[in-house]
Design a protein around this ligand. Structure first.
Ligand code: AMP
Length: 360
């Protein structure tokens, strides 16, 4: 067991990355009395609005990273593709979780091998580093399948679906290390989200059923339905072992497919997750608050679900209802808008959480 090192309220938390996850994390931190400083390259850094200070500097700017770190008592991240070279500029003793989690999750192959080594079952996969590898992988694994870049992919980006063996001939190796994986015939998708404290305590939130569209999360619901409920008990120990093997501190997410052969591991995110946004209103303690509590060495809060039914729906691109419409149609709707400047297609602009009757 690690001895908790408490970062007392009033101290400063640094967040690498400036997106909506950082924004919601900063709000939770402020509620607990912490100051937050963000760091991200210039762009639409929507976290900056709710931070005490924000460094809009490049990941390669060593002096800026050092200046940022010198102001922080603990540094975490909201974005899993922060370059490891930038993270290496932050003193190790300030970082939570440990960067080994980032290193593992930034590479799909590493991540699959890691979780497989702990007993998780990913879809059949092969590393692809050339056109010939791709042909071999399709021959061995079969089609349909998905070719994914090993690094830098998210929300379905850097992915090519291959519907049939014949179709594989028209897909070219994109010139970057990839993984080809068999298409999983799933009953449902779900994620296991846990918080692990500095003392090793682990708490899980309930798993929602997650529906994706075009590779991006569309809606998360509770109750999650029979397929998910039957497989959560098998998936949780894999997530727990992953957290323990990484000596992880903070919120960790593992995504699974519920299949007729049990849970199939898809990917992990060493951070708070879109499928956990419902916890802001729907759980006793949100994923954002427990992440802050964990990295600061505070006791974790209860992860109990507060309502009989919960739905979290992403607002994507420009087809959103207006704030007025959302709030007028349901007084139990909670609207979160991230303050992004431009509603580009496929961009997450906000989310709405709707809750049902309170649990007895
Ligand atoms: P990923 O970025 O790998 O999480 O993929 C995004 C979404 O694409 C997943 O949540 C699934 O809906 C779908 N997907 C990805 N990989 C597979 C697979 N091997 N089989 C079936 N669906 C997949």
């Amino acid at each position: 067991m690690i001895k908790p090192s408490m970062i007392t309220p009033g101290s400063t938390i640094g967040i690498l990355g400036g997106g909506q996850l950082g924004r919601m994390m900063a709000v939770a931190a402020a509620q607990l009395g912490y100051h937050v400083i963000g760091y991200s390259p210039p762009g639409d850094n929507v976290a900056a609005e709710v931070c005490h200070d924000f460094f809009e500097k490049g990941w390669g700017d060593k002096a800026a990273l050092a200046a940022f770190a010198s102001k922080c008592d603990v540094v975490t991240w909201e974005f899993e593709n922060v370059p490891l070279s930038a993270v290496a500029m932050i003193p190790d003793n300030l970082l939570a979780p440990h960067p080994r989690a980032l290193e593992t999750a930034q590479d799909r192959l590493k991540e699959k091998r890691f979780v497989e080594g702990l007993g998780g079952k990913p879809a059949p996969y092969m590393a692809v580093d050339s056109d010939q590898d791709l042909a071999r992988a399709v021959e061995r694994i079969g089609a349909p399948g998905i070719l994914k870049t090993a690094r830098d992919g998210y929300d379905g980006k850097g992915q090519w679906r291959i519907g049939s063996v014949r179709e594989a001939d028209s897909v070219r190796f994109p010139g970057r290390p990839c993984v080809y994986e068999g298409m999983v015939d799933f009953l449902a998708e779900f994620s296991v989200i846990l918080a692990r404290g500095q003392d090793g305590e682990v708490r899980f939130w309930d798993s929602t059923a997650n529906v994706h569209s075009g590779g991006m999360l569309e809606v998360s619901t509770l109750p999650a339905g029979d397929a998910v409920e039957a497989q959560v008990a098998e998936a949780r120990p894999i997530a727990r072992q992953t957290a323990e093997a990484l000596n992880y501190v903070g919120v960790l997410t593992l995504e699974f497919f519920a299949t007729s052969a049990g849970p199939v591991f898809n990917e992990m995110a060493p951070r708070v997750h879109n499928s956990g946004h419902w916890t802001i209103e729907g759980a006793a303690t949100s994923q954002f608050e427990n992440h802050i509590r964990a990295i600061c060495g505070l006791p974790l809060g209860s992860t109990a679900t507060r309502f009989e039914t919960i739905e979290m729906r992403n607002i994507v691109g420009s087809d959103a209802l207006t704030a007025h419409e959302v709030l007028a149609e349901d007084t139990e709707a909670h609207l979160h808008l991230y303050g992004k400047a431009e509603a580009r297609e496929g961009r997450k602009m906000g989310h709405v959480t709707r809750v049902g009757r309170a649990r007895a």
